[in-house]
Design a binder for this molecule. Structure first.
Ligand SMILES: NC(=O)C1=CN([C@@H]2O[C@H](COP(=O)(O)OP(=O)(O)OC[C@H]3O[C@@H](n4cnc5c(N)ncnc54)[C@H](O)[C@@H]3O)[C@@H](O)[C@H]2O)[C@H](O)CC1
Length: 482
């Protein structure tokens, strides 16, 4: 499991150590970690460390201090070290060490384009408000010190002037803001340097499943299985306008390993599903979980089937047009919180869903959710009393108690029509077959499997969602093989 912490949590973990007077030791460890990471990067991109040129744009706080100490270490290895003081001042001890090691100060306007690497150390976790970049992003390799300057380390939100880093060397613990929102793309490759905060860190803000966690959560094949005990999924998907949604949902469920699928859909849609998947069964019957909503549009029968699935007391994954039906049902029935209900909106659908819920609260725009996905997914899970899987390049899975998983296995080619229907099928299958795991963990597992499948499928070039199911089987098989 990969934990991540807000910048505020990391600062709180540092506080007792700073009170004990360990600030200089912490900074020395951070600076040494940065120095080693920059040296490794130079070796792999330039083939050497000695004789290269490394510049840093430094702020007046501890973040700038880390970079100046790191530059001093690099200068002692024969690197030409240059610093630009972004705010005209710097951490005094670090500036002195930098000067003693032979570092040179440059003027704010000087070009940094010819440096072999530039360290971005204007602001770290002490950033607040609006970020004005003191220097345009150089045309050189950029290594961010702790976080890209101006990035909100708690939320991943960033203004337009934040530099995109090739590598971020972060201290003490991975920051949440580096794994979600714009932070994920701005951070580049992330390296965590241990500076000894471990015993002082609280429960993580977010977690990410790693392959061994995903493998552990997958239902293991058992010799005593029969098709019913293995798990039966009811699917309410498709309509005259969107018949393919049902085919894709069923394909995702079968590829993820469900025992049987029962599909409720208009006759023509059912025929299409059965032609593509003869193993599926048309019509109602006993199920262990439901996957509802893909492509149901405003088909009245499908909405009635959706309402019965919601009233069944079984785990339900609700997607696409089903989300509006879920909100309407909540208003009508006043149904209590149930974390086994998993809503799977993208940012636009979550904005619409929150806007449609009565009872006050702020109704966000799609852009608000894209800028701060953690905040909105967590808030929606609390407000709805359900698990929420917010789709995106980094998928955020939140439970009503605040537990959050973030999964980023996916590939940009997954942004294709019908990809979400496949995810709904995968998650439905997991809800029907896996026992003992929390729905938020299964949501994260579904995002893991779906994302991995997207990456596997991309090995053969661009694809449509119809080609994803084969890759889902391969993703599951790779996890099971270990
Ligand atoms: N605390 C420690 O012992 C360690 C910290 N490490 C590094 O320190 C930074 C956090 O340092 P801090 O001095 O608290 O904050 P910053 O360097 O990020 O900047 C503080 C400085 O900047 C001003 N400021 C805030 N927002 C803005 C803004 N929008 N525009 C201009 N100026 C702004 C603020 O008022 C302060 O004066 C952490 O990230 C680590 O890099 C070490 O890792 C280990 C020990």
């Amino acid at each position: 499991m990969r934990p991540a912490y807000t910048g505020s949590q990391v600062r709180a973990a540092e506080a007792p150590l700073l009170e004990e007077g360990q600030g200089p030791a912490l900074m020395a460890r951070a600076a040494r970690g940065l120095e080693l990471a920059v040296a490794r990067d130079l070796k792999s991109t330039r083939g050497r460390v000695h004789g290269t040129h490394v510049a840093a744009v430094v702020g007046k706080g501890n973040n700038g201090g880390d970079a100046l100490f790191a530059l001093a270490g690099l200068a002692r290895r024969g690197v030409r070290a240059t610093a630009v003081l972004a705010h005209g001042a710097a951490h005094p001890a670090a500036l002195e060490a930098f000067g003693r090691a032979g570092g040179r100060l440059a003027e704010p306007g000087d070009s940094l384009d010819h440096a072999d690497a530039v360290i971005d150390a204007v602001l770290g976790t002490g950033f607040s408000g609006v970020f004005r970049a003191p220097h345009p992003r150089p045309d050189a390799r950029v290594i961010a010190c702790d976080v890209p300057s101006g990035l909100n380390a708690d939320t991943g939100a960033a203004g337009p002037e934040v530099w995109r880093a090739d590598v971020t060397v972060t201290f003490g613990a991975l920051k949440s803001g580096l794994v979600v929102g714009r932070g994920r793309e701005l951070a580049g490759e992330v390296e965590v340097v241990d500076i000894g905060l471990g015993p002082h860190l609280p429960d993580p803000d977010v977690r990410s499943l790693e392959p061994d966690d995903a493998a552990r959560l997958l239902p293991a094949p058992r010799p005593d299985w029969h098709k019913y005990s293995r798990g039966v999924l009811g699917v309410v998907a498709g309509s005259r306008e969107y018949p393919g949604a049902a085919v894709l949902t069923v394909a995702g469920a079968l590829a993820a390993g469900v025992g049987m699928v029962r599909v409720l859909a208009p006759e023509r849609v059912r025929d299409l599903v059965l032609a593509a998947h003869p193993e599926a069964v048309g019509g109602a019957g006993r199920v262990q979980a439901w996957a509802v909503g893909p492509g149901i549009a405003d088909d009245a029968d499908q909405h009635r089937a959706l309402q019965s699935s919601l009233a069944s007391g079984l785990p339900v994954v609700v997607d696409a047009s089903g989300l509006g039906g879920w909100a309407a049902d909540l208003e009508a029935s006043g149904a209590g919180p149930d974390e086994r209900m998993v809503l799977t909106p993208h940012a636009g659908e979550l904005a619409a869903l929150l806007g449609s819920l009565a009872g006050g609260g702020v109704a966000p725009e799609r852009e608000d959710i894209e800028a701060e996905p953690l905040r909105w997914a967590r808030g929606a899970a609390r407000r709805c009393g359900t698990t929420v899987l917010l789709k995106g390049a980094a998928t955020v899975c939140a439970a009503p108690d605040g537990t959050v998983f973030v999964q980023s296995q996916g590939h940009p080619y997954l942004a294709t029509a019908g990809s979400g229907d496949t995810l709904t099928g995968i998650l439905g299958a997991l809800l029907a077959t896996a026992s003992g795991a929390r729905p938020v963990e299964l949501a994260a597992l579904a995002a893991f499997v779906h994302g991995s499948a997207g990456r596997i499928a991309a090995e053969g070039g661009p694809y449509g969602a119809g080609q994803l199911a084969g890759a889902v089987r391969e993703a599951v098989a790779r996890l099971q093989r270990g």
